[in-house]
Structures are given as structure tokens and as C-alpha cells.
Design a binder for this molecule. Structure first.
Ligand code: MEV
Length: 308
């Protein structure tokens, strides 16, 4: 525990997932204190440990059956020109894997920062973000870059892939009253994005219309978020969830969670991230306790919770 920790945020998408892959706007806020990583020189071969996820594996580039996290570490070590050296990499994960909360990008950023601290490179955030984006490509093929942006900068953003280098954080006057709950079912981003791509290819005009609508929701939602206009933002989240259902990334479980949240006072509730499992986010001014309690009673894990 004596090595300095590299840290990274997770993310919660409020509006715009999937459309983001088609260069549309996506609105997201950080999940602070999500991942910490420490790197120390080792004698034998390099090893990755993520105790909270049951990962304890040697880092052997290209080895069949290695986890995605090991592939990420191997890529980072190669890009930082330390692939020939040996390290113990220890990760403290405070968010679950494959729950739509940006854990894979956060792991990448925290590990890059831990190597940076260990080796004294003094990498700037843009370099860290770019390398984490390469890791995301490895993990899910055609990422928009929203996850590595949030992991690196940890600030609320309205983001598009095409203007990524000019993304400015949104200044919030208060912490939005959000409840984030996980279904406990893994959602595999790569598969969900591939499924949408397949349906997009056979329904291009229809899907372009849906993505344009989602784009407008994200842009308008960023203003509502900034102004703490939760009535408007909540409605937009509900409509966005309808579109996500329409492009077939929701599940019966996510629908159930969304309904529990709305029945217990959420102004808006939707799946967040790639779907197919994973998590929901609910906007619940004055009702966060009720919504969190109802979701918990129904057997779902509360990941984050904030009240206004
Ligand atoms: C995943 O966090 C969000 C998606 O839009 C994929 C991406 O933007 O890279 C589903």
C-alpha cells in the first residue's frame, strides 16, 4: 500500500449512449473514487490483481483466455515501453465490472497513472486519455471515447467523438440527485454495440432518425442539467430510455428497475451505458431515499446515491 495510487472515475450516462458511437452528443457525469491502482516492480513475471473482481492473473501478452483487463495492462506496458520489465499491478475496484459504469476505461486510466507515478513520466491528461482510448478500442472495437474522457477528466460533459479534443466540462451548481442501481447481470458493451450496428445496417434511415432525436435530447439535457431543471431533464431521460428500448438494448430486468424508480418518485429513469444488463440511473429530487430503498427491496444493488 506504500506506492502512490493512480486514480480514475467511472461514469454515468444521463443521455445519448449508443448514439454516441454514431458521432452524436452524449451527456455524462463522473462516478468519483471508482478505481485506484498501484504498480510496484516485481522479481518474477508481471501480475495483475483486482481482488474485488476475483482477478489474479499473470500478464502474458496474447495468452489465450486472458481477461480483458490483462490485455489492457499488456497494451499499456507496451505503449509505455516497459513490456520487458516486471511489475505487480494491484487494483482496488469500487465499482462493478460490466455494469455500464465505465469500469474498463477507469481501470485503464488508473493503471496508466500508477505507471506514470512509478516511472516519473509526468504524462499529461490528453496523453492518458488517448492511451486509454486505445485500450477501449481493444475492449470493444468502436468506442465513442466517452468512457475514457470521464475516467481521465472526471467532470460532467456533453461529448461527441468528432469534437472530443474540444470538449469542455459543464459547471454544475449542485450535485444532481441521482440513484444508480445495478441489475447484477453483466452487459457486454462490445456485443451490445455490435448488435446495434447490425440493426443499423438494415434500418439505416430509421436508426438515423432515432439517433438524431437522441442527439437533440443530449444537447437540451446538458442545459437542463446545468440549470438544475430536473423536471425537464427527467422527461428527457424517460424519452431516451424509450429510444434505447426501441433499438433493443433494454432487458425485462432493466424495464422493471426503471418502473420501480418511476413508481417511487423518480422524475426520470433509464438504463445507463450499453444495456443488455448493467445499470439504471434515476433522477429523484427529494425522493432518492424512497427510490433507493424500493430498488434495494426488489433485490438490486445501489451503486451510488445522492440527494438534493
Ligand atoms: C458505453 O459506455 C456507451 C456506448 O455508447 C458505447 C460508447 O459510446 O463507446 C454504448
Amino acid at each position: 500500500q506504500d506506492e502512490p495510487a493512480g486514480r480514475a472515475c467511472g461514469k454515468v450516462i444521463l443521455l445519448g449512449e449508443h448514439a454516441a458511437v454514431y458521432d452524436k452528443h452524449v451527456l455524462a457525469v463522473p462516478l468519483p473514487e471508482a478505481i485506484e491502482a498501484r504498480v510496484r516492480p516485481a522479481d518474477g513475471r508481471s501480475r495483475l490483481r483486482i481482488p474485488a473482481w476475483g482477478v489474479d492473473e499473470p500478464v502474458v501478452p496474447g495468452r489465450r483466455g486472458s481477461s480483458a483487463a490483462v490485455a489492457t495492462v499488456a497494451l499499456i506496458m507496451r505503449e509505455l515501453h516497459v513490456a520487458e520489465r516486471h511489475y505487480d499491478i494491484e487494483v482496488d475496484a469500487r465499482i462493478p465490472a460490466a455494469m455500464g459504469l465505465g469500469a474498463s476505461a477507469a481501470i485503464a486510466v488508473a493503471i496508466i497513472r500508477a505507471f506514470d507515478l512509478q516511472l516519473g513520466f509526468r504524462l499529461d491528461n490528453r496523453t492518458i486519455d488517448t492511451l486509454a482510448f486505445e485500450c477501449e478500442k481493444l475492449a470493444h472495437g468502436t468506442p465513442s471515447g466517452i468512457d475514457n474522457n470521464l475516467a481521465t477528466y472526471g467532470e460532467p460533459v456533453l461529448y461527441t467523438r468528432s469534437t472530443a479534443s474540444r470538449t469542455k466540462p459543464i459547471q454544475l451548481s449542485e450535485v444532481p440527485p441521482l440513484v444508480v442501481a445495478s441489475s447484477g447481470k453483466r452487459g457486454v458493451t462490445k456485443d451490445m454495440v455490435a448488435g446495434v450496428a447490425k440493426r443499423y445496417a438494415s434500418n439505416q434511415t430509421l436508426y438515423d432518425t432515432i439517433f438524431s432525436e437522441i442527439d437533440e435530447l443530449s444537447v437540451a439535457g446538458s442545459v437542463a442539467l446545468r440549470d438544475a431543471d430536473y423536471e425537464s431533464l427527467g422527461s428527457m431521460m424517460n424519452v431516451c430510455h424509450g429510444f434505447l428500448n426501441a433499438i433493443e438494448v433494454s432487458t425485462p430486468e432493466l424495464e422493471k428497475m426503471v418502473h420501480i424508480a418511476r413508481l417511487n418518485g423518480a422524475l426520470g429513469a433509464k438504463l445507463t451505458g450499453a444495456g443488455g444488463g448493467g445499470s439504471i440511473v434515476a433522477l429523484c429530487p427529494g425522493r432518492s431515499h424512497d427510490v433507493a430503498a424500493a430498488l434495494k427491496k426488489a433485490g438490486y444493488a445501489i451503486i451510488r446515491f445522492s440527494d438534493s
